[in-house]
Design a protein around this ligand. Sequence first.
Ligand SMILES: *[C@@H]1O[C@H](CO)[C@@H](O)[C@H](O)[C@H]1NC(C)=O
Length: 220
Amino acid sequence: MNTFTLLLAAASAVSAHYTLPIVNGAPAWTAVRQAKNWQNNGFVGDVTSSDIRCNQLNPGNETVTVAAGSNVKVNVNPNAYHPGPFQSYLAKVPEGQDVNTWDPTGAVWFRIYAEQPKFGSSLTWLSAANYDIKIPSCIAPGKYLMRNEQIALHVAQSSGGAQFYLSCAQIEVTGGGSKAATDLVAFPGAYKASDPGILININYPVPTSYTNPGPATFTC
Ligand SMILES: *[C@@H]1O[C@H](CO)[C@@H](O)[C@H](O)[C@H]1NC(C)=O
């Protein structure tokens, strides 16, 4: 083992991971529904668990307003340091429902962002503390839940090894258009443990392509 390999082994042995507690600078766990991992920074490992929806512990109590076509800044605390894609989904809060408490079950989610790695002698991901996610310019105005996740793939070569770090933010979209969402999916339901972007050895042989799990990404 060389020093680099030892460092990698030490990093993956760390049990504390990360959370996604903040959007657009709102105080932690206000415009983001407080997640079950808020203290232990843990992950969801079972894609069939209801925790894959929002990993929710408590309702939200704030909403951030964002113009359609502009970005939401999603903060990862401290940093999405495990390799893997960041993905974002939206679900429109139905008329008459409370953005703080609506439970987004069923096929209500459409994907708006799916990170692809850079390919080379290893896969390179953003692995950032902040992700700027563009809200499509053509969607209808109104309140939405925004499900943000980072899927850590460092031990994803065995089934159930991928680690899902996620939370659901509460946003109000202004402006926009009237294009209907497409390719709606449910959580759980959207992912299978055997999906090629979830059950994958990213280390050897180093992949030359990556198939994001989930539906097609919505475009205007
Ligand atoms: C909002 O929710 C968070 C997390 O549950 C809580 O810590 C905070 O006290 C709440 N704020 C208000 C104003 O209710």
